[in-house]
Design a protein around this ligand. Sequence first.
Ligand code: HAM
Length: 418
Amino acid sequence: MLQRIRGTQDFTDLTLFNFLSAVARAHLTHYGFNEVMTPILEPTDLFRRSLGLNTDVVTKEMFTVKAGENEEAICLRPEATASIMRAFFNNGIQERPWRVFSLGPIFRHERPQKGRYRQFHQLSIEMIGAGTIMQDAEFIAMLDTFISENLRLDSYALLLNFLGTAEDRENYKRALYAFLEKQDNLPRAIQERKETNLLRIFDLKDEECKKALEHAPVLTDSLCAESRAEWDNLRSLLDQLSISYVHDPRLVRGLDYYNKTVFEFSSLDLGAQNAFCGGGRYDHLSIALGEKEPVPSMGAAFGVERLLMLLEARKDKLALPQKPPLIVLIPLAPEQQLLALIAAQELRAVGICCEALLEGASVKSMMRRANKLGAQYTILMGEDEQKGNYITLKDMVSGTEEKVKQGDMVEQVKARVS
Ligand code: HAM
């Protein structure tokens, strides 16, 4: 048999996935966000311009798709923020802030491992045209409430950093470069990124690189007075909203469009790939996409598979939807199959969930199957029942059986299951 593509997954039970999407939709609607859907196929240029030419996603992880001759290069989207910003302009949206969310598949050609896939799902939440630090605080608080109250997760941390303005980052890069120049025996990966995309040295997670950067200067020390005031304000607002966070001066995020506030929610329960949500401010993304004006914006994306891993371990704490009671109809011989089929239709018509066993199996194996399906009641229909115009209703929990007139079947079953 052919196997699925490496780094992809089959979902054969969607209970938890559907639960998560329903809770997310309800929560976000409550906060005034509307759901949108953008294409999976996008121009490759959209991400080259927005994420940055030197980022891992653009240099190594894009799934490009064969386009027609003379057509622009296209790809499977590696994230949704640039698509949503594109949609904002393409559709002439006037509303500001435009509060939207989108849930769907994302594609990155990464090395597959636990929690890291080549096709995965993101819940992207964006606030396009929202420029204040107060809005950042509200947004982060909204995410935190979703995680702690709606999903009832408790062992996670919010990592926070402030990237300031482009000028702040230039100042910082100069300080960082000077620091690196003074170090002996820098790991090769750092040496390479030092020249191509300096801030990305902090995305290097191996121990040797981490150690080499232990005493590197931190970005928040290079902020200008205005940025520093915003950074102080953000932390003070989060304190006042009782949101716990950890300042992680190394958090630079792997995409180039961010400025000012950046954050990640992570959980040690996930192993190496521990970030289950990441986001921040992207005030200049509109410019990168060719607009004249900046449209200050804020957003984040949850990795759905990683959230599902966390939820799976805490399933018993969640109010997962209960399956409705099931009635299984068992025709004892082929002559009663049509009768069972009609009875099943009558029960379904009044909203009762039922299944008629029509494979012509033995009574013993049909009873076994009814048990396996978790039937609350079975309806037995044999020759005697057919002749006498009744059915035998069996309570699968107590094992008791009773005869019910065929004409009363619907009412009697309904009274028992509702
Ligand atoms: P990101 O940090 O690249 O940000 O991805 C967001 C989340 O998607 C990660 O925290 C992680 O949970 C999940 N994720 C990323 N790659 C994989 C993978 N290969 N397999 C499974 N899960 C993965 C963004 O994509 C930004 N667009 C977020 C954003 C929205 N920023 C502003 N608005």
